[in-house]
Design a binder for this molecule. Structure first.
Ligand code: FAD
Length: 326
């Protein structure tokens, strides 16, 4: 099968282990495998955009099903010898010398000189009946991903986050018919004025449920019984990075608890890298892929530098030994 998981080896030691086989992890693996590094991608197979039928804003892939992009990516990296392992990484630990041991659910271990964390994030929706079933279809959050498809149609924004008001104001770029419902996030006077000025209507919440017809969104029902017919509901999910595998390694985190990296994806601990949504909630698929590629470049350079250093040390030792014999 095209792009299938291909782990038929008993190999356990690699130059690089990539945790997560979404756009970020697969692009990192592609660049590394083409740089002739031994690479394994361990992936639990739940990319964030899986609920959506179409992926947008990815040059040359606009409108294609997101899972088909990953299937193509898996086939591409397999062509260069990268191994794809279906599994869940539980923990990464320091190994010897200077490398890392990766523990998989079920007890197996792999070891590598460097580890790239590309495990994405989890989206948690507010507990509104009906919302989750439509996630990625008629319930969405990113206008750059799916705004064009609902342009000029009635849109409802659920106020659940300090940034929800900004989301409603942004959506006026795509539709003149935007209604903001302060569900659990009260509206400031300043934002109310901005909405008035931009023609975003406000319907006092909270929302009690979403109503469907034929499996598609029909309307949002408010607690007082009113309904708002709409083509899409925009809502900010609570985003939590899938970074528990790096717990206990002492990598620096920001005040919100997210891993901190440099522009190439280096964490504060040598040999550990992180790319895509696990470190940047705003990264779209193409951005995550680019982060994976950038990290792979820098990682390969670090490995080459290590190898040069080791070669020079060995060369000097050999030269000294030869001189002593003479
Ligand atoms: C509903 C929705 C629609 C979207 N639509 C678009 C769109 O149209 N265009 C666009 O550009 N972006 C879109 N996005 C954003 C897009 O999903 C992300 O930009 C992209 O998935 C980030 O790639 P990633 O590689 O960082 O993470 P992911 O694609 O989420 O991949 C992470 C992978 O790591 C695996 N994983 C997690 N933890 C572990 C572990 N411990 N061990 C092993 N594997 C693990 C997961 O199963 C998953 O396969 C959308 C997002 C959502 C929620």
């Amino acid at each position: 099968m095209t792009g299938a998981f291909n782990d038929t080896t008993n190999r356990t030691s690699y130059d690089v282990i990539v945790i997560g086989g979404g756009a970020g992890g697969l692009n990192a693996a592609l660049v590394l495998a083409r740089a002739r590094r031994s690479v394994v991608v361990v992936d639990s197979g739940e990319p964030r955009n899986a609920p959506s039928a179409h992926m947008h804003s990815f040059l040359s892939r606009d409108g294609v099903p997101p899972l088909s992009v990953l299937e193509t990516g898996r086939a591409e990296i397999a062509r260069y010898g990268a191994v794809l392992l279906k599994g869940q990484v539980d923990q990464v630990e320091a190994g010897e010398p200077g490398g890392y041991v990766v523990r998989l659910a079920g007890g197996a271990t792999l070891d590598a000189r460097h580890v790239v964390l590309a495990s994405g994030l989890r989206d948690e929706l507010p507990a509104v009946p009906g919302l989750r079933a439509l996630w990625g279809k008629d319930v969405i959050f990113c206008p750059y991903c799916h705004g064009y498809e609902v342009r000029d149609q009635p849109l409802v924004v659920l106020g659940v986050h300090p940034a929800s008001a900004g989301q409603a104001l942004l959506l006026r770029q795509w539709s003149h018919d935007v209604v903001y419902v302060p569900h659990s996030q009260p509206l400031t006077e300043e934002d109310r004025e901005r909405m008035d000025a931009r023609g975003v209507r406000v319907a006092e919440g909270p929302v009690s449920c979403v109503l469907t017809e034929g499996g598609r969104l029909r309307a949002v029902e408010l607690a007082d019984g009113r309904t708002l017919e709409c083509a899409a509901v925009f809502v900010f999910p609570k985003m939590t990075p899938n970074d528990a595998a790096f717990d206990g390694l002492g990598c620096a985190r920001d005040e919100a608890g997210w891993l901190v990296t440099d522009r190439a994806g280096r964490t504060s601990r040598p040999g550990l890298w992180a790319v895509g949504n696990v470190v940047d909630s705003r990264a779209q698929a193409v951005t995550a892929a680019g982060m994976g590629a950038a990290a792979a470049f820098a990682l390969n350079h670090d490995l080459v530098d290590e190898e040069i250093e080791q070669a020079v040390a060995a060369h000097r030792a050999a030269t000294t030994a030869t001189a002593t014999v003479r």
